[in-house]
Design a protein around this ligand. Structure first.
Ligand SMILES: [Zn+2]
Length: 187
C-alpha cells in the first residue's frame, strides 16, 4: 500500500489529495492495481483499476440467470459492456473507469445510466423505451428474464469469473469496430 499526498485538482487545496494504491491478485487473471484519490478538504474521490499484465484482446459473454448474478466481473477502462437483447451498450470514454464488481453490480450501473437518460430525455418515445428497459433489468435481477452480458476488451484486461462464462479472442474486425476510449490521430 502506497500513500502520496498532492494538490487537489477540484478545490485547489495544497497537499489535501491523498492517493492510495494497492495491488490485488485476481484468480485466473493476474495482478491488478487499484488506486484511489481522496481529497480531505472537499471530499473529491476518484478510483481506478488497472491491469498490470499485457493480455490478448478478449470477448466474454454470460447468459445471465439468478445462479450467476453474483459472478465476479472485472471491467477495465478500455472495455465495452453490452446487453444486446436490451439494446444497451456502454463504450469507454475519456472519463470511463475500471472496476471490480459482480453481474448484479453491472446491472445496477446500467440501471442508473438509463435512469439518467430518462431525466435528460426530451422526447416521450425515448422515455417510454427507457422505462421498458428498466423493467427488463429488474426482471433480469430477479431471474424472470434472460439476456447476455458481453464484455469486449481490446487489451484483454477484463473478465467474468464464472463457469457459465464463455470467452474467446476478439477478431481484428471486432477490434476495429470497438471504441477504445483513447484518442488516436490519423496521419
Ligand atoms: Zn479538494
Amino acid at each position: 500500500m502506497n500513500n502520496i499526498n498532492t494538490d487537489c485538482p477540484v478545490c485547489k487545496s495544497k497537499n489535501t489529495l491523498e492517493m492510495t494504491s494497492k495491488t490485488e491478485e485476481i484468480p485466473y487473471f493476474g495482478e491488478i492495481l487499484e488506486s484511489t484519490l481522496l481529497c480531505s478538504k472537499c471530499g473529491y474521490r476518484h478510483s481506478d483499476t488497472i491491469c498490470l499484465e499485457q493480455k490478448e484482446p478478449v470477448r466474454y459473454s454470460l447468459n445471465i440467470n439468478k445462479d450467476n448474478i453474483n459472478a465476479r466481473v472485472v471491467k477495465s477502462q478500455s472495455a465495452t459492456l453490452s446487453i444486446p437483447e436490451l439494446g444497451l451498450k456502454v463504450e469507454p470514454g475519456p472519463k470511463s473507469q475500471g472496476y471490480v464488481s459482480n453481474v448484479e453490480g453491472v446491472l445496477n450501473r446500467f440501471e442508473s445510466a438509463v435512469a439518467t437518460a430518462i431525466e435528460w430525455a426530451e422526447e416521450e418515445n425515448i422515455t417510454e423505451n427507457a422505462l421498458k428497459i428498466l423493467e427488463k433489468i429488474e426482471n433480469l435481477k430477479s431471474g424472470d428474464e434472460v439476456a447476455t452480458l458481453v464484455i469486449e476488451d481490446p487489451f484483454g484486461h477484463s473478465l467474468i469469473i464464472h463457469e457459465d462464462a464463455k470467452h474467446r479472442k476478439l477478431s481484428d474486425e471486432e477490434i476495429e469496430n470497438l471504441n477504445t476510449g483513447f484518442v488516436t490521430i490519423d496521419k
